[in-house]
Design a protein around this ligand. Sequence first.
Ligand code: NAD
Ligand code: UGA
Length: 468
Amino acid sequence: MKQIKNICCIGAGYVGGPTMAVIAQKCPEINVTVVDINDERIKQWNNENLEDLPIYEPGLKEVVSDARGRNLFFSTDIDKAIEDSEMIFMSVNTPTKTYGKGKGMAADLKYVELSARRIAEVAKDDKIVVEKSTLPVRTAEAVRSILDNVGSGVNFQILSNPEFLAEGTAINDLLYGDRVLIGGDHSTPEGQAAMDALTDIYAHWMPREKLLQTNVWSSELSKLTANAFLAQRVSSINAMSEVCEKTGADVEEISRAVGSDSRVGPKFLNSSVGFGGSCFQKDILNLVYICRSMGMDEVADYWEQVIIMNDYQKKRFADKIINTLYNTVAEKKITFLGWAFKKDTNDTRETAAMYVANHLMEDHANIHAYDPKVAPRQMYEDLNYLGTRSEEENKALLNVEKDPYEATEDAHAVAILTEWDEFKDYDWQKIYDNMKKPAFVFDGRNILDVEKLNAIGFKLYQIGKSDS
Ligand code: NAD
Ligand code: UGA
């Protein structure tokens, strides 16, 4: 196997951008080129002003500034990058299919297929192709079939190297992740050499014992399993949050009690308005689809319940707002603090906020939303994507605010949708003074200081707790 001197990554998104930036920073002897069909995105990655990168992640601009122009490049010249590289990552999006067979369930692999075809057409010498996108188990078979059937005589090794980073902590996760999975073909010397080449790249900064080599199918399926397990924990604690509200138990005390058991562990037991993000729902739906297509209905039903519970939690939160505000929110100003699917990211894909807003807007609420990182355009796009009403109607019912104090002025209720730290430190007395009374706060993330808010006079609802 040739030494890896040039890497290319197809897809300059939330995964491709940060992952390649870290590889470039840690492997200064390797040229890393990130390519994308989206010209605007590449321009943003090349922006002089590091505040204007297309993705917000703590620590990202420092890593990009270290490596960009030295051995990290962003380009739209996909063919050249493929030609020049010994190793090619595919980090394109794999959203849920919105059409045809498997609509609403299966992963849409058209971008993966297009990338594989491009590689097959352009490659003139042997390449290692790395699946970085999250893919259904056995996708590598389809990728191999595309690559091998072009007949160019080029040999391809296909590896699966799923990404486990979480948004908001991407750089930290990339630098100090729990493990890296490298799935490949142990049975041939070429397959083993390809796995070793990728292992050596990660070994620049990760301890060897965290670099796990597996077979390709285990690697692909481990990624779906990991996301399914994490999402299942959130749905499990959210299921208990309703039991807590009805019985007087406190969900945070339940999380602490259960999470103290070392067999369970404390992480991912924060009850919330529901999980969002581009992957949990998409990956579970994909797993459910695979199981159903293979006749495993009981397994499919089991995992589907995680999604059903999550949808229920979002709706339950919205209903709580409507019920508390005397059974209608029509023409009432409801202020959303937070729109991103979690703090420290500007990503809004599948954010609980858009579903809660949509539900309240069905009841003719006027939503005023403030988020420290999400662009106004994005919030409208999210609502339009749901397709519940026309763009004009969404525009009329959603007001995007630039200042949290203006956003909450004359509001009937404030709802916390994202756990941004800054919300905790607001002048809540000032917010209270300017709101309509009774002043309701619905804390969908359980981040606010209950005693302080109660003392001010707010009527506070928290997830998984009795009303105060
Ligand atoms: P993204 O939408 O942010 O980025 C994907 C990029 O690929 C886009 O910029 C798109 O223009 C580009 N692209 C699509 N087709 C292309 C083609 N044929 N040629 C060149 N560029 C093309 O997606 P993402 O969030 O980075 O996710 C990528 C994959 O990684 C998905 O499979 C996802 O499930 C997985 N993943 C995501 C995360 C996350 O936190 N976002 C974490 C782990 C794994
Ligand atoms: C998740 C996984 O954590 C990553 O390991 C994985 O790589 C990634 O999906 C992916 O495949 O895309 P991410 O979606 O970025 O990462 O963020 P998480 O921190 O997992 O949060 C997901 C959602 O669950 C958020 O809406 C978050 O607010 C919610 N959540 C998380 C809770 O409601 N409670 C918790 O205790 C934890």
